[in-house]
Design a binder for this molecule. Structure first.
Ligand SMILES: Cc1cc2nc3c(=O)[nH]c(=O)nc-3n(C[C@H](O)[C@H](O)[C@H](O)COP(=O)(O)OP(=O)(O)OC[C@H]3O[C@@H](n4cnc5c(N)ncnc54)[C@H](O)[C@@H]3O)c2cc1C
Length: 462
């Protein structure tokens, strides 16, 4: 039977499988190979912690681009949300674990259907370590020794795990140091009066802070990053239709003069961001990354107002300290870890913690990935890194580009792997469109692909 193998069962892989199952009209087997995080939930929605909230309002979290109310309608099936007035429910930032429940429920309807369907989806719990070409398709090799032979292979491996600290010659090991913020550090907390050092000041650091606050933390949290920028807060949008601007600086000035948040300019750019990024030269992309990406990220990927208020309160009370500078060393300090930080001018300071969590985000250089799958794909020449070495290079319809510059006939990729190609490719509003379009490409459904062009519009409603 015709087979599609999907590597990765987080949001992207699950949504692609659901789209194959709901749009497919001919017999097809879909094998979702997933390991490392719970299938259907992935990294982001695998959290069990109630304090970890979505950073996108419920109204914009449908997994299906052609059914914009799908998530809100699903919430209505749950007793605790059944009576919440519609305007309030749509603007709510729900716990991420509830969103994980939604994805599991959606998958269950298609992966284990009550009635027979032409498309059958199986989840294979194993790690994909290689893909070898076989005929016009590929064979996915699994760590457990089995293989999945498929006509098409879709890579949806998502967010890469955090890499080693750029300054570290070799990985630092200490019982108070946790290199993976999604690991089990919360089960092994030291005394709640201890100081904590977070390496990073972004969304992950905020998640860790919320978990510490929920555990009644009394020590000071020191959060270290080069730019010292914390995520900004969401706010209710204002009408601002005249976009894109010929002159963004002027628009920011106008917004400030009206007392409105200039982040509106970043939000209104969202439908154009991928196009603008693709029109940049490699040099311009590099310049954007080194000079503006930090500010872009805190403005574009904001936190709910209530979360922002919690952090701001702790900053005002001195229990959350932002330390600006480059982490240039970790060392044992008698059961604690000493973190040495170098400021821009070269001055060095140190902060110590009984708990140190690496919240710096994924390994920056794709080609340095220690994933066996990507090492093998690169070595075989089936894939190549994009010009900025942020992820894989893909063609317009998600076909992976090989070392020889030619598009693959069977290998596709979606999700955060496309960061260097598309820049904004991490949040559900972008990923759901990719998951549907790649399913349509794989199914070869040209008419459905054209019809879906109109569905893209909702991808960008903030
Ligand atoms: C903590 C966090 C919170 C977020 N919150 C939001 C939010 O509120 N709203 C929003 O829109 N976006 C949010 N995001 C963005 C998030 O990236 C996307 O929403 C989405 O979860 C990405 O899904 P994915 O499937 O592409 O990747 P992932 O969730 O990373 O899933 C990839 C899966 O593939 C598996 N895998 C990887 N390699 C292999 C292999 N070789 N073999 C087998 N399996 C493999 C992984 O273990 C994982 O299960 C958040 C991200 C994070 C990290």
């Amino acid at each position: 039977m015709e087979t599609v193998a999907i590597v990765g069962g987080g949001f992207s892989g699950t949504a692609a499988a659901v789209n194959l199952a709901r749009l497919g009209r001919r017999p097809l087997r879909v094998a979702v190979v997933n390991r490392g995080h719970p299938p259907g939930r992935g990294v982001a929605y695998g959290t069990r912690r109630p304090e970890h909230l979505l950073n996108v309002a419920a109204r914009n979290m449908s997994a299906l681009p052609d059914h914009p109310n799908h998530f809100v309608d699903w919430l209505r099936t749950r007793a605790e949300y059944a009576d919440v007035p519609d305007p309030a429910l749509r603007e709510t930032f729900l716990p991420r674990r509830v969103y994980g429940d939604y994805l599991r429920a959606l998958a269950m309807g298609y992966f284990a259907p009550v009635d027979p369907r032409p498309v059958r989806v199986d989840v294979v719990e194993d790690e994909a370590v290689d893909v070898a070409p076989v005929g016009a398709g590929g064979r996915v090799h699994l760590a457990g020794g089995n293989t999945v032979t498929a006509d098409r292979v879709l890579l949806a491996t998502g967010n890469r795990p955090p890499g080693p600290l750029p300054s570290a010659a070799e990985p630092f090991a200490h019982r108070a140091y946790h290199p993976d913020p999604w690991g089990d550090w919360a089960d092994r907390l030291p005394d709640p009066g201890e100081d904590v050092v977070l390496l990073g000041t972004g969304l992950t650091a905020v998640d860790v802070f919320l978990t510490l606050a929920a555990a009644g933390w009394r020590g000071t949290v020191h959060a270290v990053s080069r730019n010292g920028l914390l995520p900004l807060s969401h706010f209710r949008g204002v009408e601002y239709p005249d976009f894109p601007p010929p002159d963004p600086e002027r628009h920011c000035g106008l917004l400030r003069a009206r007392g409105a948040n200039p982040a509106i300019a970043v939000d209104r750019l969202r439908p154009h961001t991928q196009r603008i990024w693709q029109a940049f030269s490699a040099e311009e992309k590099r310049e954007f990354c080194s000079r503006y990406a930090g500010r872009w990220n805190v403005t574009r990927h904001r936190v709910p107002e209530a979360v922002h208020a919690r952090v701001a309160e702790a900053v005002a009370a001195g229990t959350f300290r932002v330390v600006t500078g480059r982490v240039c060393g970790l060392a044992d300090a008698g059961g604690r870890v000493r973190v040495t930080v170098e400021a821009d001018g070269g001055a060095r300071t140190a902060v110590e913690g009984g708990l140190v969590v690496n919240c710096t985000g994924p390994e920056a250089r794709f080609s340095a990935s220690d994933s066996p799958l990507f090492r093998n794909l690169l070595a075989r020449g089936l894939a190549r890194a994009d010009a900025l070495d942020m992820g894989l290079e893909v063609d317009g319809d998600f076909a992976v580009v090989g070392r020889d510059g030619r598009r693959s006939g069977f290998l596709y990729a979606i999700g955060p792997l496309l960061r260097g190609t598309l820049w904004e490719t991490t949040a559900v509003p972008e990923l759901r469109g990719q998951a549907m379009r790649v399913a349509q490409t794989i199914l070869g459904d040209r008419e459905a692909r054209l019809a879906s062009a109109s569905a893209d519009v909702i991808e960008y409603c903030i």
